[in-house]
Design a protein. Sequence first.
Length: 277
Amino acid sequence: MKTCFISVLTLLVLSCNSEIKKDTPKQSPIKATETSGIPVLNFGTIHLSGSTDAYASITDVNNPQSKAAIKKIVDELVAFKPTIICVEIPPESTEFMNETYQNYKTDRTSRINYSEEVNVIAMEVARLSGTKTIYGIDNPIGFDYPSLIQIANQNAEDSLQVQQTMTYYEQLNEKPLLEQFEEINTKAAKMATFDFYNVLATMHTPDQFEGADVIAEFYKRNLRMYTNFSDIPVTKADRVLIVMGATHTAYFDIFIANSSKYTLENASDYTQYASEQ
């Protein structure tokens, strides 16, 4: 009798399991092709006419050698075929930016009074690509970067790391223009920059959080820029090019790569310049 009871119980359990399997929808991993969104090329640039950055590369864009290098950069970005271009200027300057851009199509001397990369890269790529609109997405916020360096210099290990980073940027700015663009658009360089700001966020005096508070302001700036970027009307047919300072691209790579709305392009695919300048 006991054996019979166990046999019946076993059949009931197997029957229940069969029903559960039948009613439970099969779970399958989402394929990349099913989540592909609007292509975004997040392209880092040096500020060609200088900036308030601790280290900035100033380039004479009228120098024949610089012109040749910039043309190669432009040609690579045109190959992306952007329908929308975003640059590091405030959104309230977008209207003026596009008035200047419309004039630039027939008069190459038409310029805006921002960093030269907007003039010689973004507008030229827009012209050659037939891009209709260039959008400003910046949200300038000042943050007390030097104070964190002072705190870091009070500790030998932290001071050494800061000095090594600064030396790297000094050496980078001395490289030929195309080499600079190649390097700052690698994932390794972007993540090294992101990590350096995270290190600065840990700088503090006893029982205080100076580093976290200061870098939070820079993080807020990038989030606000991303908000401005997200406000731009786009369709599935659009291809978006972002041209802005390399530090911002480090943050945007993370934002965009983790968004279901966009698909992040590999920026290094668009820095395949010839080795000769």
